[in-house]
Design a binder for this molecule. Structure first.
Ligand SMILES: [Zn+2]
Length: 710
């Protein structure tokens, strides 16, 4: 890995977190895959040799548990989902160079090679631990086979992850009051010998690594906290049949923990790509191993695109495994926020989701959804999807700005010049503006901001609209034909630049635009240099690139969703949820990238009446006391004076503020907020704060506690 600006001469590998081969994909799941695809395409447009890889995660107890319930073998069960995913991603123009799975020969062999490497380097040891066991079912209960109480936060937790509470990875034996997830029987703890990877030995390396790591700030800040708290060694084996066998002698019949072989699939999948295209096109070893390539002894540029729920695996366990075995460390980790639906979490069990297939079956084109998911918020922010918001973005940006500019200028060129006017060059101002857009895309890639890639193009289209409006070629065509020809030629040049620069976001639409422009070959094969080159000018009759979404469609889709949720609720009130879940308040971004205007959300078009505002009982409060909450990394229990009474309010301020400085601070409180229990503390009100840094709202003068905000 280098730290030169991208693109570099080294081979790059962009990966997406492996989907669990375990259930239908909804559009919330697609965010990281679209983000990864946009980033990989943008890197390629910049001229970087890039492999874009992923694969299905076949192992682990969620797959085994669900296969058991479905009455089929885990392999059959997982392969079924794997094939579905392999078909679904291309429908959204997410085109991996290789999409493998963790149970194939390449990954099995690669995983065993990694583990032997870790052993040979002396980083693996055996230890006796207590493992949950179901005496009635006569079986061990690894990971998701056991449920109980999280020892850190007291929340109900499943197996290896406190996914409803503090989000911590849980080691075997840590869960309290264990119960078998299969039979519901109370579990016993039995002593077993397991293998451990000595992650704690890598604390110094990982600290330095995090200082080098690029990508989103959440992927650095959370792990720094974990290292500060002290790293635990990591149990890498499990008592179960489904998985990759521990290599070598294995008297206990152990398989490897799913999080060992899952990230190794990134390497295996790159290898399969190399094997298919030849190492002269892409050399997986030069990318993944240090010292293999003479030209790039530091290895390739590895960029992991993941959901923020798996930051720990990608910034602690995985880089330690790579370091232990002489592989290339990641250059960047981009960890996305979640996607919500109408402001609430997706719930697959409650059918509260827009399914990936459903979106396509409703007749929508994939590119507008890609645009929405990639550009609706900063990458680490949560993004809310609703059909209304989707309609607004499509109708204003894609149809109103980009589509409108392309259609009006290309139609004018086609009708008046039978193509583009000849024998002129792009005027200097327009050539400069195109250069600026290219530079914006380059900067966006180096900022790991897929949103800024889209913004650069929409801004260029906006410039194009202003340019054509200001110069009125329809008037000039009689008064000053040369000037009219220049203006239209400029517009065709802008259209060509849009085709090249928007390809990462809207690949299929841009290929169609490329054809309309009469350009040779495929837009997927050019670099950004093509944006500056003279247009071919051989236009065919243009058609509108994007379609408006009518209001009636939105009503229809909302009704469908509401009916389905109601039907699911009436026959199931299970509260199981999934990875597209809403924010748990666990954000820890403490870098000041929030002042970047590209991260400011657009202002809502939905107006509210004064009466609705008055429903909010907003008061001035004064913080009397601020103390941490046992088990919660970023929550504080605040005692707040509201004049008429004193309230206990829980707020996520611990990592973002100096706790000692808070008492005495005046704050603004939403006093009639619903009560909520967080980590066993009842929060009675909400303290208002701005942005990801939780900048506290206050008053300028001397309004005392209890004063109403009006
Ligand atoms: Zn917990």
């Amino acid at each position: 890995m280098s730290h030169d600006d991208l693109p570099t001469d080294s081979p790059a590998v962009v990966t997406c977190g492996l989907p669990y081969a375990n259930g239908d994909l909804h559009i919330g799941h697609l965010r990281t895959y679209v983000g990864g695809d946009v980033f990989a395409r943008a890197l390629e447009r910049l001229g970087q040799r890039t492999a874009f890889v992923s694969g299905s995660d076949m192992h682990g107890t969620p797959v085994a548990v669900n296969a058991e319930q479905a009455g089929v073998s885990p392999e059959t069960f997982a392969l079924d989902w794997h094939e579905q995913y392999a078909e679904t991603f291309p429908k959204f123009n997410v085109v991996f160079d290789n999409y493998g799975h963790t149970h194939d020969e390449t990954n099995t062999e690669m995983t065993q090679r990694f583990v032997r490497g870790m052993e040979d380097a002396g980083h693996v040891y055996e230890k006796e631990i207590m493992v949950a066991y179901d005496p009635d079912g006569d079986q061990f209960l690894p990971d998701r086979y056991v449920e109980g109480t999280c020892p850190y936060c007291g929340t109900h937790a499943r197996g290896d992850e406190c996914d409803e509470g503090c989000q911590r990875h849980l080691e075997p034996g840590e869960i309290e009051d264990p119960v078998s997830a299969i039979t519901g029987n109370p579990a016993e703890y039995h002593e077993r010998t397991h293998k451990f990877f000595a992650v704690s030995e890598f604390a110094d390396y990982l600290s330095d690594f995090l200082d080098r790591l690029e990508g989103t700030s959440n992927a650095r800040n959370q792990p720094r906290e974990w290292i500060k708290q002290g790293l635990q060694d990591w149990c890498i084996t499990r008592d179960m049949d489904w998985g990759i066998d521990y290599p070598g002698e294995n008297p206990q019949d152990l398989v490897l923990y799913v999080w060992v072989d899952a990230p190794i699939e990134y390497v295996s999948s790159t290898r399969q790509y190399s094997d298919r295209v030849g190492s002269d096109v892409f050399d997986w070893e030069a990318a993944w191993k240090e010292g293999v390539s003479e030209d790039h002894p530091e290895g390739g540029e590895i960029v992991h695109v993941i959901g923020r729920d798996i930051i720990q695996h990608h910034t602690i366990f995985w880089p330690a495994m790579l370091e232990a075995t002489g592989h290339t460390e990641p250059r960047a980790v981009m960890a996305s926020g979640f996607v919500t639906l109408d402001g609430k979490g997706f719930s697959t069990s409650r059918e509260r989701a827009v399914w990936a297939d459903e979106y396509i079956d409703e007749g929508f084109h994939p590119d507008p959804l890609r645009h929405y998911l990639a550009t609706n918020g900063g990458f680490q922010q949560d993004v809310d999807f609703s059909w209304e918001k989707f309609r607004d973005r499509v109708n204003t940006e894609l149809v109103g700005t980009v589509g409108n500019f392309l259609y009006r200028s290309l139609l004018f060129a086609y009708r008046n010049y039978d193509g583009a006017p000849e024998a002129v060059i792009t005027s200097e101002a327009v050539a400069d503006r195109i250069d600026e857009a290219v530079a914006d895309v380059e900067a966006a890639v180096n900022d790991y901001s897929v949103r800024a890639i889209g913004d650069a193009v929409v801004d260029l289209a906006r410039f194009g609209n202003e340019y054509i409006q200001r110069n009125e070629p329809w008037r000039l065509v009689d008064e000053d034909p040369d000037e009219a020809a220049q203006v239209i030629y400029d517009c065709v040049a802008i259209a060509k630049a849009i085709a090249v620069l928007f390809e990462p976001i809207a690949p299929e639409k841009c290929e169609r635009l490329w054809d309309q422009l009469g350009e040779a070959g495929s837009v997927h094969a050019v670099t950004v240099e093509a944006a500056r080159e003279a247009p071919a000018g051989n236009l065919s009759e243009p058609t509108e690139l994007f379609e408006k979404i009518p209001d009636e469609r939105v009503d229809e889709l909302n009704e469908k969703l509401a009916e389905r949720v109601a039907a699911a609720e009436s026959d199931d009130d299970d509260d199981a949820d999934d990875g597209g879940n809403a924010d748990d308040g666990d954000d820890t971004d403490d870098e000041s990238d929030t002042t970047d205007m590209t991260d400011v959300e657009p202002i809502s078009d939905e107006r509210i009446g004064f009466e609705e505002f008055q429903d909010l009982d907003l008061r001035v409060g004064r913080i009397e006391e601020a103390v941490g909450i046992e088990g919660a990394d970023d929550l504080l229990e605040l005692t707040v004076d509201l004049g008429v009474e004193t309230r206990t309010i829980v707020a996520g301020l611990k990592r973002l503020h100096d706790v000692e400085d808070l008492p005495g601070a005046k704050v603004i409180v939403l006093a009639n907020m619903e009560k909520a229990e967080l980590f066993g503390v009842e929060s009675n009100g909400m303290v208002l704060a701005a942005g990801e840094e939780a900048d506290l709202l206050t008053t300028h003068e001397d309004a005392g506690p209890g004063t109403k905000i009006r």
